[in-house]
Design a protein around this ligand. Sequence first.
Ligand code: XUL
Ligand code: CO
Length: 436
Amino acid sequence: MEHFPEVPTIQYEGSDSKNPLAFKHYNPEEVVEGKSMKELLRFSVCYWHTFRGTGVDPFGAATLERPWDDGTESVENAKKRVGAAFEFIQKLGAPFYCFHDRDVAPDGATLSEANKNLDEIASCLKEAQERTGIKLLWGTANLFSHPRYMHGAATSPNADVFAYAAAQVKKAMEVTHQLGGENYVFWGGREGYMNLYNTDMKRELDHLARFMHMAVDHAKDIGFKGTFLFEPKPKEPTKHQYDFDAAACLNFLRQYDLMDHVKLNIETNHATLAGHSMMHELTYSSIQNSLGSIDANTGDLLLGWDTDQFPTDLYLTTQCMLVILKQGGIAPGGVNFDAKVRRESFEPIDLFHAHIGGMDTFARGLKIASAIRKDGILDNFVDDRYSSYNSGVGEKIEKGEASFADLETYMLEKGNNDPNSSGRQEYLENVINDYI
Ligand code: XUL
Ligand code: CO
C-alpha cells in the first residue's frame, strides 16, 4: 500500500527549478572534493521525530495527521509504520535512517515482552532495508521515557534500574548489529541531577563509565565493529546533565579511559543550549579526533528550549561543512535530521518539504565550504596569523625547547614584543558573505 501517493521520487532538478518537491542543490552523484555528495553527506532520517512525533507540546495535544498510524501501541501498527517510513525515506533518497528501540517497537510489561516486540519489528526493518537498500546509520535505546528512568538510567541510585538499562542497551546493540548499523549512540536523557543534596556525583559518574565499558565489552562479544557515539546535551530534562557539552563529554571519556572507543554525536540545538555555536562544538571535537557524527537541526533564537527545527540557515551548514571537510568527511557517521516539523505543519507532505529543505541547505553549505577551501582564503589567513610560531622563538615554544627562563632572557634582550596584526574579523565575515 502506498502512503504518499501524491509524491514521486524526489529528483535533483537544479537551482532554476520551481518544483517544491525537487532538490535544487542536493545532487547525490555530484562530486565535491573527490567524493559524491551522497558519500560526503550521508543523510539520515530519524524515526522518532519523523514517524513517532505527534505535534504534542507542553500546552497542546497532537496535531499531526499520519493516516497510516492508528495511534495504538500494537505490533501491527508498528509494522504498518515501517512501511510508511521506508516509502518516505526511499522517495526522499536518503541513504540512512536511525532509531531508538522504543520508537520502532512497542514497549512491553516485562523485558522479555519488549524484546519480543523489538525482534518482530527488527525482522520487518531488515526486510525493508533489503528491499530498498536503505541502511541503518545508528541505533540507540530510549533510557528516558519510561517512569523507571525518573532518576536516570546508568546514573540511577537504584541498581535494578541500572540493570534494566544494561539489558535494554544489550538488546538494542544486538538489533543494531543485526541490521548492519554503522554506529551506536548514547544519549543520556536523564543522566544528570536535579539537586546535589540527594546526589552522589562521584558514584553516578563512575556508574555511567562502568555502563559504557560494559557496552564496549559487549560489542567485542557480539562482533559489533561500529563506532560508539556519545551525544552532548545540556539541561533538558535534568538541571545539570553530565553530558553537558563536548568538553564535559570528552573530559568524562578521557577520565574513564573511553577515548579510544567512543566519539561524539554533535547536535546543533544542544550546542546552542550549552551556550556554544555548532561550529565551536564541531571544531572542539574534531581537533581531538572525536567528531563522529552530527544531528542536524537548529533551535530558535527566541525560544529557550530544544525545538529541533529543520536546518535552513546557510551560515550554519557552511560552518558545519567547513569542519567536516577539514577532517576529511564524517563517515562512518552521517548527517542525521534529528528534527521535527512544527506542530502547525501537520500534513504528511510537510515531512517532504522539511527534509528536502534540510538536504538542500546542507548541499549548498557543502558547495560553499568547498569553494572557500579551494580558494584557501580562510586557511591562508589563519596560517599567516600564527606564522610567528613557524620559526625563531615561536618554533622553540611549540617544540617544547623554551623555558620561562629562556623566554625571559629573550625578552630582556629584545626589550619588547613585535607588534600585533589585525584580526580582520569584519573583513573575513564579508568574505564568507561573498561565497554565500
Ligand atoms: C534528544 C536527542 C535524542 C538523541 C538520541 O534531545 O537528541 O533524540 O539524538 O537519543
Ligand atoms: Co539528537
